[in-house]
Design a protein around this ligand. Structure first.
Ligand code: SF4
Ligand code: SF4
Length: 412
C-alpha cells in the first residue's frame, strides 16, 4: 500500500516538475540546503520566512510537489521578490534562483494571472519601442520643457515617486554610427529603454568615452526592450518575441563586442540570448584602457547595481578602479555600497513600502560618507537614488558614472 502511495505521489510530483521544467526539479529538491545565508542580503526580508529566498524556494517546492495550492499568500511572497539575485550571488550551494523563479512565475501566470501594474508596465515597455510608441515618446519629449526635471508621480498606495521626464531627443542615437578617429575596434551599443527614453545624455556619454578610447560605436536602428523585465515576471512568450526581434536586428551589424550602460540589459544579453558575444559594461572597457580624467576636488561615492555583479558578474572593484583614476576626486566608499537601492523596475511601484524602506537605508548610508556625488552604472538606480535623495532630504547629487567621466575627460 505504502509503495503504491509513494509511486502515485512520485508520479504526480514528476508531472508537476515536468510542467515547471527539469532544472527546477534538481535545484529545488537538491540544491537549497536551507542554510539561510541568503537572508542576510535580501532587500525584501522583513522577518517572515516567506520574505526571502529560502522561504520562497520552500513554497515553490511545496507548490511543485502539489502539497499546497498556489494561493494568494504564496503569490504575495513571490511578488515581493525584487529579483535582484543577491541571494544567488551569495548562495554557497549554487542555487539557480533566477531559473527557478522565472519558471515559478510562469506557473503563477498560468494559474492565477498577472496583476494590473505588471501587465500595464510590461506592455508599456513594448509600446515605447514600437514605431507608433516612439512617435508618442518623441512628441512628449518635445513638450518636456513644460515639465520639471523630475515629475512627482502618484503611486497606487498613495505615496509618490519622482520620475524623470522623457528626454528632449529620445532615441536620438538610433541608427547612427559614431566613428573613432583611429579605429581599433567596433562596438555595438545596446542602449536599453531607459537611456533611449529618459537619459539620452548618458547614451551620448558612453559614445564619447568609447570614441575617445578608439572604438567606433554602432547603435542599431530597431532594437526593442531586452526583455529581461518580461522574463523576470515569468512572461516567457514576450521575452522570446523580443529576443527574436533583437537577434535579427543585431545580426544586421558587424561588431567586435557589445557595450551596455545598463546591467539588466547586459545580464540578459549574456545569460539569455544564447550567443557567445562578448558583452561589456562600458566601465569594464574604460578600466582596461589608458585614459585620464580630472575633477575639481569633489568627494565621490558609488552604488554598485545588483545586476552588475549578480547577472553580468562584473567585479565591483572594476568600478572603483575607474573612479580612482579621476585626478583631484576623493573616493569615499559607502558601507552598504553593494546593497540593493530598492528600484528593481516595477517592483518599486508594486511594493512601494518595501522599496522605500530599502531606499531610505541607502540614502542614510550615503549621507554618512559625506560624498558630494553618488555615482552608479544603472539608469534604474539613478532614477531610484535621485528619488530617494529628494524624499529623504539629501543634497547629494546622483550621476551615471558614464556622465561623470565623460564630463571630466582630459584631452588624450
Ligand atoms: S543561501 Fe542558498 S542554500 Fe542557503 S538557504 Fe539560501 S538559497 Fe538555500
Ligand atoms: S532575488 Fe533579491 S529580493 Fe528575491 S529573494 Fe533573492 S535576494 Fe531576496
Amino acid at each position: 500500500m505504502n509503495l503504491i502511495i509513494f509511486q502515485l505521489t512520485s508520479a504526480s510530483t514528476l508531472l508537476n516538475l515536468m510542467k515547471l521544467g527539469a532544472v527546477i526539479s534538481e535545484d529545488l529538491l537538491l540544491k537549497c540546503v536551507k542554510c539561510g545565508l541568503c537572508k542576510s542580503v535580501c532587500p525584501s526580508y522583513y522577518g517572515e520566512e516567506g520574505s526571502f529566498a529560502r522561504g520562497r524556494l520552500a513554497l515553490a517546492e511545496m507548490v511543485t510537489k502539489g502539497e499546497i495550492p498556489l494561493s494568494e499568500e504564496v503569490k504575495k511572497y513571490w511578488d515581493e521578490c525584487a529579483m535582484c539575485r543577491r541571494c544567488e550571488w551569495i548562495c554557497p550551494n549554487d542555487v539557480h534562483y533566477k531559473e527557478i523563479f522565472v519558471r515559478a512565475r510562469e506557473k503563477q501566470e498560468e494559474e492565477v494571472g498577472r496583476d494590473f501594474i505588471s501587465k500595464a508596465g510590461l506592455k508599456s515597455l513594448e509600446f515605447m519601442q514600437s514605431s507608433f510608441g516612439r512617435k508618442v515618446v518623441k512628441a512628449v519629449g518635445k513638450l518636456g520643457f513644460l515639465l520639471p526635471s523630475e515629475v512627482k508621480t502618484p503611486l497606487p498606495n498613495g505615496s509618490v515617486k519622482f520620475m524623470p521626464k522623457p528626454d528632449g531627443k529620445p532615441f536620438n542615437l538610433r541608427g547612427k554610427t559614431f566613428k573613432a578617429k583611429e579605429e581599433k575596434g567596433k562596438l555595438l551599443f545596446f542602449t536599453g529603454c531607459m537611456i533611449d527614453v529618459f537619459y539620452g545624455k548618458t547614451g551620448e556619454s558612453v559614445v564619447k568615452l568609447m570614441n575617445s578610447l578608439g572604438y567606433t560605436v554602432v547603435v542599431p536602428e530597431d532594437i526593442k526592450c531586452c526583455g529581461a523585465p518580461h522574463l523576470y515576471h515569468g512572461n516567457k512568450e514576450a521575452f522570446e518575441r523580443l529576443k527574436d526581434h533583437n537577434l535579427k536586428e543585431i545580426d544586421r551589424y558587424e561588431f567586435d563586442a557589445i557595450v551596455v550602460a545598463c546591467p539588466t540589459c547586459g545580464g540578459a544579453l549574456i545569460e539569455d540570448y544564447g550567443r557567445d558575444w562578448k558583452v561589456y559594461d562600458f566601465a569594464e572597457i574604460v578600466s582596461k584602457e589608458r585614459i585620464d580624467f580630472k575633477a575639481e576636488g569633489e568627494r565621490i561615492s558609488f552604488h554598485v547595481p545588483c545586476h552588475s555583479y549578480s547577472a553580468m558578474r562584473v567585479d565591483p572593484e572594476v568600478f572603483y578602479s575607474v573612479m580612482e583614476r579621476v585626478r583631484e576626486a576623493k573616493v569615499v566608499r559607502a558601507e552598504k555600497a553593494q546593497s540593493c537601492c530598492g528600484f528593481a523596475g516595477l517592483w518599486s511601484i508594486k511594493n512601494p513600502k518595501l522599496s522605500e524602506r530599502v531606499q531610505k537605508e541607502k540614502v542614510e548610508d550615503f549621507k554618512r560618507t559625506g560624498a558630494d556625488i553618488v555615482l552608479t552604472t544603472c539608469p534604474g538606480c539613478v532614477l531610484q537614488l535621485r528619488d530617494g535623495m529628494k524624499k529623504f532630504k539629501s543634497e547629494q547629487k546622483v550621476l551615471h558614472l558614464a556622465d561623470y567621466l565623460a564630463d571630466r575627460l582630459e584631452a588624450m
